[in-house]
Design a protein around this ligand. Structure first.
Ligand code: GAF
Length: 374
């Protein structure tokens, strides 16, 4: 029998559709949990959630076009209750209910054009789209910073990933043709206009499998916290630019040096973007990549090869973007170099025995929000 269409005359049961984009961080990596700075853009790729509330049920049944099985999430779910991809949805349900939001049961379907595991923040896009849909269903409208903190709570305390706020703030505050200067201490978001002219911004997905990403991410975070403790500071944000010199331990020195120099590069990059100095921005991206490779040690052979090949092809700059240990490289390249990179770089990388990368031109897109149901 054909399924009945949702009853749009009954308040609270019509389909709610929400969208949230992924992000590419132009610069400022592993600075968020150190109360530092970053300069991301939201992408024009993202995740869409359709939710049909059903007040008669006390669970949410979620299905995704990327997964073969649907997941049933009891409304009273608690950390550990749901694992796998469904944990990101369940974590949002849990975080909302913990703050007293009366989330209704219902059916949720999820679709996405963001590659998973490419370092483009597919998890935060899912969380932000789910939160937008569920808060609309509960007839509440928290502001974007509150939503970002709820998404982070879902990820930290339900999923168990000790991540910062970079991805959620990027997804929620995204603006067309705009980069976002994020301050993770005040949670202030300053728009920086992006006028690339004929210059291209490319995302190159290494398509290399990630290994022990969660463990390595956690160890970098712990090292930063330890470095701050040795310097008697609440976080590395409170340390002056070359305060890392006071650390005796070589690993902690290099971890802290990455964070402190990266914060400086973020501000210089925002200034370069405002001044239209794209070669200058490219040089800062290269310096950021070197710092992630040598001091923070989060790049891989494949990622380094992609960044190096892009530079040799005439890019202004290239750097790994995201948490590291695989994922994607963001490249800023004049038109001719961009064309060379698109046609020749995948062959060059594949010839080295690495997975064939994909090259996608990107532009800054709008942030998460509700869509009119069609
Ligand atoms: C991942 C995390 F989720 C972010 O919070 C951030 O730390 C990033 O890695 C590194 O800058 O995307």
């Amino acid at each position: 029998m054909a399924e009945a269409p949702p009853d749009r005359s009954a308040p609270g049961t019509a389909t709610i559709r929400a969208y949230a984009p992924g992000r590419v961080n132009l610069i400022g990596e592993h600075t968020d949990y150190n109360e530092g700075f970053a300069l991301p853009i939201a992408l024009q790729l993202g995740t869409t959630v359709s939710f049909v509330p059903d007040p008669a049920t006390d669970s949410i049944t979620a299905s995704s076009d990327l997964e073969s099985h649907s997941v049933r999430i009891p409304l009273n779910t608690a950390p550990g209750g749901v694992t796998g991809w469904g944990a990101y949805v369940a974590g949002c349900v849990w975080a909302l209910r913990e703050r007293g939001t009366d989330v209704p049961g219902g059916r949720m379907s999820i679709s996405s054009d963001l590659p998973v595991g490419a370092g483009l923040s597919s998890s935060a896009a899912l969380e932000c789209a789910v939160l937008r849909a569920l808060t609309a269903a509960a007839a509440t409208n928290p502001d974007r910073r509150t939503l970002a903190l709820l998404a982070q709570r879902a990820e930290n305390d339900y999923v168990g990933a000790p991540t910062g706020l970079l991805d959620q703030l990027s997804s929620l505050f995204g603006e067309v043709d705009t980069a976002l200067l994020l301050d993770f201490r005040s949670l202030q978001v300053t728009p920086v206009p992006v006028d690339l002219g004929t210059t291209s911004l490319l995302v190159i997905d290494s398509r290399a499998p990630h290994r022990n990403v969660a463990g390595e991410y956690r160890s970098r975070r712990l090292a930063c916290e330890e470095a701050a403790r040795h310097l008697s500071a609440h976080s590395l944000r409170y340390i002056h630019d070359d305060g890392w010199r006071e650390l005796r331990d070589d690993v902690l020195r290099r971890r802290a040096r990455h964070v402190l120099t990266e914060n400086r590069r973020v501000h210089d990059a925002a200034a370069a973007l405002r001044a239209g100095d794209l070669p200058g921005l490219g040089r800062l991206m290269d310096a950021s990549h070197a710092s992630m490779r040598d001091d923070f040690e989060i790049t891989t052979e494949g990622i380094d090869l992609i960044a190096e090949t892009a530079r040799k092809s005439g890019a202004f700059g290239a750097r790994m973007t995201g948490g590291g240990f695989g994922g994607s490289v963001v490249v800023l390249a004049p038109a001719e170099a961009a064309q060379r990179i698109r046609t020749a770089l995948p062959d060059r990388v594949e010839q080295s025995g690495l997975p064939r990368p994909t090259v996608t031109p990107v532009r800054p897109g709008g942030g998460a929000g509700l869509q009119m149901a069609r």
